[in-house]
Design a protein around this ligand. Structure first.
Ligand SMILES: Nc1ncnc2c1ncn2[C@@H]1O[C@H](COP(=O)(O)OP(=O)(O)OP(=O)(O)O)[C@@H](O)[C@H]1O
Length: 270
């Protein structure tokens, strides 16, 4: 962020520091009926790392993300968060994970303030004064103080994404997952969201997994990038290795050429 707030240097929410967690995806396979979406996927994410998962539409990225937060159950294999199985209810009680959905998933009838306060009220995290402090702090970090009383319908796409991130932040997550955080944003707002993700990871040491098609985001903020194609993880490396990919499948995905003589849409199955 161009204007980094100095108060971001410590966790603003709690004296109780929760350590960042590791994530281990171990031989994960998932089928929906006859459709095998994930095929023996394995990788590990270190505590405090930003891991960006890229891949073509339909390659299984969102399904993989849902396994990490326990919203889908594996057909085979498992996902471990620290030493806990991600699919168990207990893991979700012990480890604070926040998923920032592609469309924000804000409650349209609630103000920005109440969208953020909802989780804290439901979990009786603090009294109203304490909740106000946490909500306003999160809004301040995302430069949204002036939007507290607005309804989601009154916000731009970029503001909605920032509200969704602020709402995740009030949960004091040890693990933050983002599903397409820069989709539908102009390049400058996309860069801003990338900066926010990197800043939150730096300042709060939160383990971060981002699913994205955004090559600029991956190259600028990832510690490592994984590429999923057709349900298989075909590549994991630091982003620099993707500037000159040797695998033609990765090159074609990251640097597609428009070819009007041999158009891709003629080869689409659906
Ligand atoms: N609950 C479900 N039941 C049946 N099929 C599903 C289900 N969820 C996902 N799929 C299928 O799994 C495949 C992978 O979907 P997924 O949403 O993970 O792709 P993706 O890589 O995230 O794509 P995109 O980049 O377009 O968001 C798709 O063919 C999708 O139709």
């Amino acid at each position: 962020m161009a204007d980094r707030s100095p108060s971001l240097t410590r966790n603003p929410f709690t004296a109780e520091e929760k350590p960042a967690v590791s994530v281990a995806v171990e031989h994960l396979s998932k089928s929906f009926g006859a459709l095998q979406v994930l095929k023996d996927v394995s990788f590990a994410v270190e505590p405090g790392e930003i891991f960006v998962l890229m891949g073509p539409s339909g390659s299984g990225k969102s399904v993989l993300l849902k396994h990490i937060v326990g919203l889908e159950l594996p057909t085979a294999g498992r996902v471990m968060v620290d030493s806990h199985d991600a699919s168990s209810e207990r893991t979700r009680e012990q480890i604070r994970m926040a998923l920032v959905f592609q469309a924000g998933a804000l409650f349209n009838s609630l103000s920005v303030y109440d969208n953020l306060a909802l989780y804290l009220r439901e979990h009786q995290v603090a009294n109203e004064g304490g909740i106000r402090e946490k909500v306003m702090r999160a809004l301040q970090i995302l430069s949204l103080e002036n939007a507290a009383s607005k309804l989601p319908a009154e916000l731009s796409g970029g503001m909605k994404k920032r509200v969704a991130i602020a709402r995740a932040l009030v949960m004091e997550p040890q693990l933050m997952l983002y599903d397409e955080p820069t989709s539908e944003l102009d390049p400058v707002m996309g860069a801003t969201i990338s900066e926010i993700i990197a800043t939150l990871k730096d300042e709060f040491h939160v383990t971060t997994i981002v699913v994205s098609h955004d090559r600029d985001l991956a190259l600028s903020i990832a510690d490592r990038v994984g590429i999923l194609m057709n349900g298989q993880l075909i590549h994991v490396s630091p982003p620099a290795a993707l500037r000159d990919p040797h695998d033609p499948r990765i090159d074609d995905f990251l640097n597609p050429q428009v070819d009007l003589k041999n158009p891709r849409f003629k080869k689409l199955e659906i």
